[in-house]
Design a protein around this ligand. Structure first.
Ligand SMILES: [Fe+2]
Ligand SMILES: [Fe+2]
Length: 319
């Protein structure tokens, strides 16, 4: 709620601005991190891929910064407290990644974003200029995200056809492309509808994110050192648990449970994997977990789980 005004016209605009800002704060950080992970896993000789990854990282970092500058006063406490924008580990994970890889990360942006929660940035009021600025930014992001999806698709194809070597698992590029496309879909919904609810299709949301949680578990299982048997087993158990949930939405399987029940099971499973990801991030930060996974990647997966948990909790309470 902004400024204590309750007319329906203001509510509609406020809703559009708030939804846009919340969506962009979450996703622009996620997209720019996909390029940090790409940069960390390409070979030094592949300069044009590395440069494109650097350009996309900076572009989405700029989108994130511009969104932060407009965001204060428009973010719901639900989103601020969800841990989807930043966790208490994000800054440390970024610092550690910079130290270990030498990759440039916009840490001042993270510090500025952390002030959103404290309310020390100037609060904006709704104006036609602000609404037009948000709309223009959304359009720019949609266009750039399409280029990101194309590039991710090209990298995936080049890796699987052995034209490019990467130490990142090929399916992760495909997964990141899928996340980019989902972001485009949600942002387009906001642009096209006057009173949007980008998550109105609960089954679609759960199908997409349960699959993502499964892929995260499969990725973590593959990125851990083979001596980490207990953590590998946990990751594998999560992969199987989410695979069961994913299968409940496939058309060739007769629905034996209601959507409400799947939502409840998905929520419980996501709380559990969220805790596993938080523990993994802490262990990586403390150098207590061996593997080829950075603390920033673990924190990234943690934020994606927090985002899904917020959406799914929202649907299970009928909001
Ligand atoms: Fe991601
Ligand atoms: Fe993901």
């Amino acid at each position: 709620m902004v400024g204590g005004v309750h007319t329906s016209a203001v509510t509609m605009t406020e809703n559009y601005i708030g939804q846009s800002i919340e969506l962009n704060l979450f996703w622009t950080r996620i997209i720019k991190e996909h390029f940090i992970f790409m940069q960390a896993n390409l070979m030094p000789k592949d300069v044009s891929y590395i440069q494109q990854a650097e350009d996309f990282k900076r572009l989405f970092e700029d989108f994130l910064y511009r969104t932060i500058r407009m965001a204060n006063g428009f973010i719901s406490s639900e989103v601020l407290l969800s841990g989807e924008l930043l966790t208490d580990k994000t800054l440390l994970a970024e610092q550690k990644t910079v130290g270990l890889t030498g990759i440039t990360i916009g840490i001042p942006i993270t510090l500025e974003e952390s002030h959103l929660a404290l309310g020390t940035l100037p609060v904006h009021v709704i104006s036609p200029e602000l609404t037009a600025g948000i709309s223009a930014l959304n359009e720019q992001i949609i266009s750039s995200a399409r280029s990101v999806a194309d590039f991710m698709g090209k990298v995936y194809e080049d890796v699987i056809h052995c034209r490019l070597y990467s130490t990142m698992l090929p399916s992760i590029y495909d997964h990141q492309r899928g996340e980019t496309l989902n972001y485009i879909t949600l942002l387009q919904r906001l642009q096209n509808h006057p009173m949007p609810d980008p998550y109105s299709n609960i089954a679609e949301t759960e199908k997409f994110w349960n699959n993502n949680m499964m892929v995260h578990a499969e990725a973590v299982r593959q990125l851990l050192d083979f001596s980490e048997r207990a953590m590998i087993k946990k990751a594998n158990d999560f992969a199987l648990r989410f695979n069961q949930l994913v299968r409940k939405f496939t058309s060739d399987t007769k629905p034996t449970v209601s959507l409400k029940q799947i939502t409840s099971e998905s929520r419980h499973a996501t709380v559990a994997i969220r805790d596993f990801k938080a523990t993994s991030t802490d262990m990586l930060l403390a150098c207590q977990l061996k593997g080829v996974m950075s603390a920033l990647l673990a924190d990234h997966l943690l934020r994606e789980a927090n985002y899904y948990l917020r959406i799914i909790s929202r649907s299970s309470t009928g909001v």
